[in-house]
Design a protein around this ligand. Structure first.
Ligand code: G
Ligand code: G
Ligand code: MN
Ligand code: NA
Length: 253
């Protein structure tokens, strides 16, 4: 079975959908949601986005897939914020293919306008693979997005190609501490020291911080001690469909 053909069909036949993982502060309140795409194919079954995003990037399907993600998550987010009072951010993962596509900023602004969502609620998650592209173009797009109040987060920080000198030159708003560092934070002194370093980098660059993949209370406690006060992970909630997010909001309120 050809994943690319199935994905093309899936995009046209509504086989893809979004789930949302709460982002929680040190008081246990949900302050944001990360949108994550899912695909349940009739023949292939459940396919991980780690696999099909890669296929999409290599087959010209990343732009339609990215547009589906932007449109669906902003529409569902709009429906949520109509019903709840607390302020929430929406974080959306952006592929380097989307980010470097001419007109990307307008695509995002149009999607925000269509769904009447404020740019100041939106965080775009980019990865270190972006640094392999044209630096001036990447910088221009980041500045353009930020001039509209959209925030930028560096996802999976510490696992990729970024150098501290590149980080220094790019105006980003948030660092996401990768799960691989959180995994060892309680028992592995090296992982703990990595987290301490990342906290120091975020502070010196005036960036906010969030830790990913928090699965245990002890990890959250260790993170708080080190100065990281925002978390995402199974300990707080798995990614859930938007219909279930309100229940999570009440549980964590
Ligand atoms: O949700 P999960 O942990 O299975 O995601 C696996 C990978 O797929 C992660 O690297 C995640 O960032 C990526 N991913 C999930 N949803 C999206 C999406 O909507 N767009 C892009 N570009 N990547 C996504
Ligand atoms: O690359 P990115 O950070 O966007 O991917 C996030 C991925 O991590 C999602 O696929 C999500 O399902 C997964 N995830 C989120 N929290 C946890 C967790 O606590 N444990 C594990 N194993 N995976 C998680
Ligand atoms: Mn992410
Ligand atoms: Na990540």
């Amino acid at each position: 079975l050809n994943v690319e053909q199935r994905l093309r069909y899936g995009l046209a036949s509504h086989a893809l959908y979004m789930v949302y993982q709460p982002q929680v502060n040190d008081a246990g309140e949900t302050i944001g949601l990360e949108a994550l795409v899912r695909w349940q194919d009739e023949e292939l079954g459940f396919v991980s986005p780690a696999e099909f995003v890669d296929v999409a990037e290599k087959s010209g399907l990343m732009i339609p897939l990215g547009n589906f993600v932007l449109d669906t998550s902003l529409r569902e987010f709009r429906q949520l914020i109509d019903k709840v009072k607390q302020p929430l951010d929406l974080a959306i993962n952006i592929s380097v293919i989307q980010f470097c596509q001419p007109g990307f900023v307008d695509t995002v602004l149009n999607a925000l306008k269509t769904h009447d969502v404020s740019p100041s609620s939106l965080v775009l998650e980019i990865t270190e693979t972006l640094f392999m592209g044209n630096f001036d173009q990447v910088l221009q797009t980041i500045c353009d997005l930020r001039s509209h109040g959209i925030r930028l987060a560096m996802d999976d920080f510490g696992t990729g190609y970024s150098s501290l000198s590149l980080l220094r030159q790019l105006p980003l708003d948030e660092l996401k501490i990768d799960k691989s560092f959180v995994d060892g934070i309680v028992e592995d002194e090296k992982a703990a020291n990595m987290v301490r370093s990342i906290v120091a980098i975020a502070r010196s660059h005036n960036m906010s911080l969030i830790a990913e993949g928090v699965e245990e209370q002890a990890q959250a406690q260790a993170l708080i001690k080190m100065g990281c006060l925002r978390f995402q992970g199974y300990y707080f909630s798995r990614p859930v469909p938007m219909a279930d997010v309100r229940q999570v909001l009440t549980d964590t309120a």
